[in-house]
Design a protein around this ligand. Structure first.
Ligand SMILES: *Cc1c(COP(=O)(O)O)cnc(C)c1O
Length: 355
């Protein structure tokens, strides 16, 4: 493929043990780069040896945070095919994030072609083993040097690959959640619906505080009234109340997850009632008190489905689904991971074959 010229590495790395991968600890031998400058547009798409990049200390990304990223996974099917899960949605979202952060649009097809090319080149890094996959991290940074506050005129797109282990090496298990009532992650009109580093920077302090108290994630409330539920950690969140599944509606400060959309479609297909609407934390804890809160779970590419076993808000501390993985959560997990790995029929056409 001439479009993405390849410079091969001269020193291949030793590959990690497939049963000790963890998340985002190892990176493959090559990476994809493409540059942008005003006037020229995106140019010089290329695949080069993985390694440090050199930037001027005044590069604008270091100062004003003009950055966007994506996260997706590649899987090897039992038939030996390399597949992605709904990559069109990730690339569309990348451009939506770019639009919000003032970064120029990319050609989604060109980038998908480049990612496919990189995956094929790095195929020997695709980890064997149940639950393992290749995590793909595309991101764009403002590289122009200068301290003036404005949109940069120069950017770089980078895609790196990381072989990752199953999120739950011992099988899916419920986590403990803290309802965050001091800090907020995002507000409507802000950047909450863009996948950008600034949202993560805004959340790290809260995350660290609750981790030291024994919680695994925070439940984010809306930034204005701190009453309505938004997301859990860096995942979207769902609740099953009285047989109906509810998830916060996309209101401008919530990230539109690919997993979230897939869960909603699966539930509709199964005939399970599902609503996207505002949910207050009071409503949720009242539902629990009345015995109507049946299940709760987060959704995202890394964990796919992450059941919530208990939740603390103020001085209320509740257990959900007896602290176990709910029936619906387990069914969604099995179905989604089955489709992603090519072990189940893909009736929605969600798998994209890299070759
Ligand atoms: C990436 C992300 C999600 C999950 O999106 P998926 O496309 O399902 O991986 C949810 N919330 C936030 C804040 C995110 O950054």
């Amino acid at each position: 493929m001439e479009k993405w010229p390849i410079t091969l590495t001269s020193t291949k790395k030793v590959k990690p043990d497939a049963d000790r991968l963890g998340f985002g600890k190892y990176f493959t031998d090559h990476m994809l780069l493409m540059d942008y400058s005003a006037g020229q547009g995106w140019h010089d798409p290329r695949i080069v040896p993985y390694g440090p990049i050199s930037l001027d200390p005044s590069a604008m990304v270091f100062h004003y945070g003009q950055e966007v990223f994506e996260g997706m996974k590649a899987y090897r099917t039992p038939q030996g095919e390399l597949v992605l899960f709904r990559p069109d949605m990730n690339l569309r979202r990348l451009n939506q994030s770019c639009a919000r952060i003032g970064i120029p649009q990319v050609d989604p097809e060109e980038v998908l072609e480049g990612i496919s090319r990189l995956l094929l080149l790095e195929e020997e890094w695709m980890p064997e083993g149940e639950g393992n996959s290749m995590y793909i991290r595309p991101f764009i940074i403002a590289t122009e040097s200068g301290l003036g506050v404005r949109a940069a005129q120069e950017y770089r797109l980078i895609v790196i690959l990381s072989p990752v282990g199953a999120y739950y090496p011992e099988g899916i298990h419920p986590v403990r959640i803290y309802v965050e009532d001091r800090y907020v992650r995002a507000v409507r009109g802000g950047t909450g619906e863009a996948k950008t580093s600034g949202n993560y920077a805004a959340g790290i302090k809260a995350q660290e505080d609750v981790k030291s108290l024994g919680f695994s994630q925070v439940l984010w409330l809306d930034g204005i009234e701190k009453r309505y539920i938004e997301e859990v950690g860096s995942m979207n969140v769902f609740f099953k109340i009285d047989g109906e599944v509810v998830t916060p509606e996309l209101n401008g400060s919530i990230l539109a997850g690919v997993t979230r959309d897939s869960v909603i479609r699966l539930l509709r297909e199964w005939g399970v009632p599902v609503k996207e609407r505002r949910i207050s934390v009071t409503e949720l804890f009242e539902a629990h008190q009345d015995g109507r809160l049946e299940e709760a779970f987060g959704t995202g590419t890394a964990a796919v489905i992450s059941p919530i076993g208990s939740m603390k808000w103020d001085d209320h501390d509740i257990e959900i689904a007896g602290g176990e993985t709910g029936e619906l959560s387990a069914k969604l997990y099995d179905t989604l991971t089955g489709i992603q790995r090519g072990e189940r029929e893909d009736s929605f056409g969600w798998r994209y074959s890299v070759r």
